[in-house]
Design a binder for this molecule. Structure first.
Ligand code: HEC
Ligand code: HEC
Ligand code: HEC
Ligand code: HEC
Ligand code: HEC
Length: 487
């Protein structure tokens, strides 16, 4: 969808030509008067509009400081764009909703089944509800997961304004300085920083996500800066998974394909309003001993396609301590699940709901207080949905309540499978006899976790979430039967 997300006003019916009449003179006079009045109104309207736009332009581009690629501190950007900066700072706010919102409570206490589901993995020790962007770096510093397993510098790709660290490491790796963003240096540094131990890489970054991570410092136009996203989109473009909500990818596929797909060159503004978020709100894994951060989109964006990719490269996140199966951990696939929903299909971007416009006097800005849209229904939903706030909220929560009920059943089914496998192993059944059941545990766990780790509780794609959970239950129960049959 381009700029305008609202349906166009219905056109007025065309007027029929005037019938000849004896009172022609009067009619002509009236017509002239009408034209003059209309013209005056148009001129006044345009005048006001131009004034507003001028005020907007003046205020929006009033340069107090010179911004460049080396300005990382959001407070510096804030001098030129105080309104966006003020709302950006509000991501410290803590407010819960029925199924989301910001509050870093311990998910493992909230629903202890997850201690069983993650047995033997760092997530079984500490796994919290997420909160606002302001906390992304400090929450990563304090998670107990860091102490269970040594973490790599790759984590910082999505938890900090990491680009200067990439430049520094890229330069040390031999790529010389150059003007502008310097992609070769950033890409080389990305590989270096991914492989560093976390504590070493941590010293290279200072701030959570900052303005330059989504904006060009000169034009303030949207851009993507994250290497793993760019590699991920190239792989996706080369797949044949239909992505009707990404017209620039579909267009690239029909072209010569000589150069790799580049979101910064090809994507529309409306696509960029989701791509900037897709830099981090995605499923990922660390590839090989170099811990190269990789988005598994080589076969497409759907849940099964990521799974097929992991099966092909034989990726295992950990061996489940109770069941013995080699399983996968899903991580916040918001971008992927959104892609399967009716909003993406209708051209509605992440920013439409999570960064809606707010009017401040003569100026319209994008709300940089990124948070749950259910705390902001009037701006996030009502521009498109002509229902009361209470009704819109009830619709969203109905989807979430239903997803949650199905998710709890999938949890029970997967826990039952884990316990059946554990009992058989204790009874002395060999691992090779349990192969089929292990494979079914891997499938069930991946599906359950895919919906659980996604943060909208089904809202971003209700039917797809239900389908995935139904499969989780089915695979878990099939696995239980296989486990019980094994001798
Ligand atoms: C049509 C509106 C809409 C679109 C488009 C949308 N979201 Fe959401 N998102 C929601 C709603 C509603 C929730 C549920 C919030 C809650 O439960 O409080 C949500 C939840 C979330 C959450 C968890 C928030 C919380 O408070 O727990 C994240 C993160 C998120 N979305 C990211 C994204 C990303 C990234 C995209 C684009 C790839 C996206 N969303 C597209 C409406 C939307
Ligand atoms: C691809 C981007 C990405 C990478 C890489 C990444 N994270 Fe995150 N992380 C996120 C996003 C997005 C959220 C918020 C959504 C959520 O919590 O599901 C998050 C949330 C978190 C949280 C808060 C919620 C929780 O899980 O307790 C912690 C802590 C965290 N990450 C730690 C890490 C660590 C440690 C690493 C490296 C092993 C890492 N992250 C790598 C994107 C990423
Ligand atoms: C550089 C990586 C990165 C980018 C880019 C990013 N996010 Fe996040 N986002 C995170 C992390 C990490 C967290 C969790 C922070 C924590 O829990 O400490 C998070 C949290 C959130 C939350 C939860 C807020 C709350 O109050 O609970 C929402 C909603 C969200 N992001 C939406 C978006 C949207 C929409 C975009 C694009 C406009 C976006 N994010 C871009 C990494 C990112
Ligand atoms: C996670 C990505 C992200 C980050 C970080 C971010 N922005 Fe934005 N910003 C957006 C999006 C999306 C828009 C909407 C742009 C559009 O539709 O063209 C936007 C729009 C803007 C605009 C254009 C006017 C408007 O409000 O629509 C300005 C100016 C701006 N941002 C300044 C900032 C500043 C200053 C910071 C840092 C304090 C910042 N942004 C951080 C995503 C981001
Ligand atoms: C930019 C416009 C836009 C915004 C903003 C928007 N929606 Fe929608 N919504 C749509 C469109 C388009 C559809 C598809 C139905 C249609 O074409 O009429 C839809 C469908 C829905 C549906 C039906 C979903 C389904 O799977 O059948 C729900 C529920 C919904 N929206 C809730 C919300 C909520 C809650 C918000 C705010 C967080 C929101 N929408 C924001 C445009 C929007």
């Amino acid at each position: 969808m381009e700029e305008n997300t609202k349906p166009a006003e219905p056109n007025a019916a065309p007027s029929s030509p005037p019938a000849p009449s004896p009172k022609r003179g009067w009619v002509a006079y009236a017509a002239v008067a009408l034209v003059v009045a209309l013209a005056t109104a148009v001129v006044m309207y345009l005048g006001q509009n131009i004034m507003e736009r001028k005020a907007e332009a003046r205020l929006a581009s009033f340069k107090i400081v010179e911004l460049s690629e080396s300005v990382v501190d959001p407070a510096e950007w804030g001098k030129n764009f105080p309104r966006q900066y003020d709302s950006y700072k509000r991501t410290v706010d803590i407010e819960r909703t029925k199924h989301g919102g910001s509050d870093a409570f311990q998910k493992l206490d909230d629903d202890p089944r997850w201690r069983i589901l993650f047995k033997g993995y760092a997530f079984g020790v500490d796994y919290r509800e997420e909160r606002g962007h302001a906390y992304m770096l400090s929450d990563q510093d304090i998670t107990e997961r860091l102490h269970v397993v040594k973490q790599p510098g790759a984590c910082l790709h999505c938890h900090s304004s990491v680009i200067p660290a990439y430049r520094k490491a890229g330069k040390e790796a031999g790529v010389p300085d150059a003007g502008g963003f310097n992609w070769p240096q950033v890409m080389a540094g990305f590989e270096k920083v991914c492989a560093m131990p976390y504590p070493e890489a941590r010293k290279l970054v200072e701030h959570p996500v900052t303005c330059g991570d989504c904006h060009d410092p000169q034009s303030v136009a949207l851009r993507v800066t994250r290497p793993a996203f760019i590699y991920g989109m190239r792989a996706l473009a080369r797949s044949d998974d239909p992505v009707p909500h990404m017209p620039s990818v579909e267009r690239w596929r029909k072209g010569s394909r000589k150069e790799e797909y580049d979101p910064n060159k090809e994507a529309s503004r409306q696509e960029m309003r989701s791509f900037v978020c897709g830099q981090c709100h995605v499923e990922y894994y660390f590839k090989g001993p170099e811990k190269l951060l990789t988005y598994p989109w080589h076969k497409g964006l759907k849940m099964e396609q990521a799974e097929a990719y992991y099966d092909e490269v034989k990726h295992v996140d950990w061996k489940h301590a109770q069941s013995g199966a080699g399983v996968l951990k899903a991580q916040h696939p918001e971008f992927e699940l959104w892609s399967q929903g009716i909003h993406a299909r209708s051209g509605v971007s992440c920013a439409d709901c999570h960064m809606p416009y707010v009017r401040e006097g003569a100026i319209k800005i994008s709300d940089h207080h990124i948070r749950s849209p259910l705390l902001n229904i009037a701006r996030a939903c009502q521009p498109c949905h002509n229902y009361s706030e209470a009704e819109i909220k009830a619709r969203a929560e109905t989807i979430q309540d239903r997803t949650k009920a199905m998710m709890l059943r999938a949890e029970d089914a997967t826990v039952d499978l884990i316990q059946a496998l554990e009992a058989q192993r204790k009874a002395g059944v060999s691992d090779s006899a349990l192969d089929k059941a292990f494979a079914l545990h891997r499938k069930a766990q991946w599906r359950l976790d895919y919906v659980a780790a996604e943060n909208s509780m089904g809202f971003h794609a209700p039917q797809e979430s239900a389908r995935i959970l139904a499969e989780a239950i089915d695979f878990a129960r099939q696995g239980q039967i296989e486990a019980l049959k094994a001798k």
